[in-house]
Design a protein around this ligand. Sequence first.
Ligand code: SF4
Ligand code: SF4
Length: 61
Amino acid sequence: MIQIEGNKCDFCGCCVGVCPVDCIEVMESNIEIDDEICIDCDLCVFICPIDVLSNVATEAV
Ligand code: SF4
Ligand code: SF4
């Protein structure tokens, strides 16, 4: 599951473009990830230039 540090996000939209299952939605001042659809591939975590996203499941291991 991807955790969002919403107050850090600058809504650049980079993460939206890499998600293979299209479950990230970035609006003008809001970002949402649909956990039901997310496959935990971590691509969004790697692409985010300012480390807004983290995979909670991965960190727990
Ligand atoms: S790539 Fe990072 S900063 Fe850009 S919209 Fe996604 S979470 Fe926000
Ligand atoms: S971990 Fe993968 S599937 Fe989940 S939101 Fe990020 S890019 Fe999309």
